[in-house]
Design a protein around this ligand. Structure first.
Ligand code: GDP
Length: 358
């Protein structure tokens, strides 16, 4: 059997419409990619292949029966949104190493200790006790030696399973581990399709698994064309708004927040630098949205692409800084004043409150 070097799927030459198709002539090549990976690599385009969440859960479920180290990669830009639901049930008694990827997006002044502490407590609230938490950047190759060392320290001669939802940078990280880019990475969610084994030097393997698509992340709803504006590629330049109550900030046409009640205070927006933000008066916000959606306020270019906006009322307790997170889009760090904020995000997208991480 031959497997695609990009996504690990078993290759087949019979049916062009099914996943894993490779034209018979392409089997002669040194590096063999399925048609889909070939196109992503060479033309940067994505053909739609159905994802079956059952297959993913089946693969995850098998981990419990192994003796291995599980490395869960989460996207630091969206930790809660990129968390694998019920991970501890899937992996049985195997130790879990938590790797927060995309640290390069954070301001250089970030205190990684605080971030790791918060990740520990987030995991612990979900009943998960990671053996350790590491952070780094797979794409910019920052702090990866630490991640590599942690894997080596905790695996103690066992196999390593790499798990994560789509778009956390799993393929990028595996490329680094391989030191030769043979796994396809793409800005589109859901590129890794099947399990892929990478041999380690002691007869053990690193096992890659397909990423589950979580529909409560906004990034999974955006068309590939618009994703470039939503998924940050470079260090975030936070934008600070000093808001009085009765003011609104639009996050392109994707979300909006209204400062409904409270003293004047700063709201620091951590979103992709390319995302268009617009401040206006709350009383004019509805008509502004109607008039400018898909014009000034875009993405989305086509409002039919997204579910309608739903209101989430958030009460800021005051005294300590808190972040309002819109899953897959970014977060707003609120000031220390008490207050009430209404966040509007597409229905089904997670909106959560956490202690400030920066
Ligand atoms: P996968 O679906 O988890 O395998 O994710 P990919 O490796 O295909 O990466 C998804 C997207 O995240 C791509 O656009 C990558 O360029 C980007 N990405 C991956 N690692 C990093 C990182 O360390 N920092 C940043 N800023 N982007 C990353």
């Amino acid at each position: 059997m031959i497997y695609c070097e990009g996504c690990g799927i078993q290759l087949q030459t019979e049916d062009e419409k099914r996943p894993g198709f490779i034209p018979p002539a392409a089997l002669e090549r040194d590096h063999k990619y399925c048609k889909r990976c070939f196109r992503i690599r060479h033309y940067n385009e994505l053909s739609t292949v159905d994802h079956n969440p059952d297959i993913y859960l089946q693969i995850l479920g098998q981990i419990a029966d192994t003796d291995s180290l599980v490395v869960q990669i989460v996207d630091l830009f969206d930790i809660a949104g990129s968390w694998i639901p019920g991970i501890h049930r899937h992996i049985g008694n195997n130790p879990l190493l938590l790797f927060g990827n995309k640290i390069d997006l954070f301001p250089q002044s970030i205190k990684t200790g605080k971030l790791k502490e918060w990740m520990h407590s987030y995991a612990s609230d979900l009943g998960v006790k990671p053996v350790d938490v590491v952070v780094g950047s797979a794409a910019k190759q920052e702090k990866l030696q630490e991640v590599r060392n942690a894997i080596e320290r905790y695996r103690q001669g066992r196999d390593v399973y790499i798990v994560g939802v789509t778009n956390v940078g799993k393929s990028t990280f595996l490329n680094y581990l391989l030191e030769e880019p043979i796994i396809t990475t793409s800005p589109y969610p859901g590129t890794t399709l099947d399990v892929i084994h990478i041999p380690l030097d002691d007869d053990r393997n690193i096992v890659d698994t397909p990423g589950i698509v979580k529909k409560n992340r906004l990034s999974e709803w955006i068309s590939p064309k618009e994703l470039g504006e939503v998924i940050p590629k470079s260090r975030l330049n936070p934008k600070v708004y000093q808001l009085n109550n009765g003011q609104t900030v639009f996050l392109a046409g994707l979300a909006r927040f209204d400062y409904v009640e409270g003293q004047r205070q700063p709201f620091t927006c951590y979103f992709s630098n390319r995302l268009y933000l617009h401040r206006t008066k709350q009383e004019q916000a509805d008509s502004f949205y109607e008039k400018h959606l898909s014009g000034l306020l875009q993405p989305p270019l086509d409002p039919n692409d997204l579910p309608a906006l739903q209101k989430h009322r958030i009460v800021l307790r005051g005294s300590e800084k808190q972040d309002i997170v819109i899953s897959g889009l970014g977060w707003i760090a609120c000031g220390k004043e008490r207050g009430v904020v209404d966040v509007y995000a597409p229905k089904g997208i997670e909106v959560t409150l956490r202690p400030s991480i920066i």
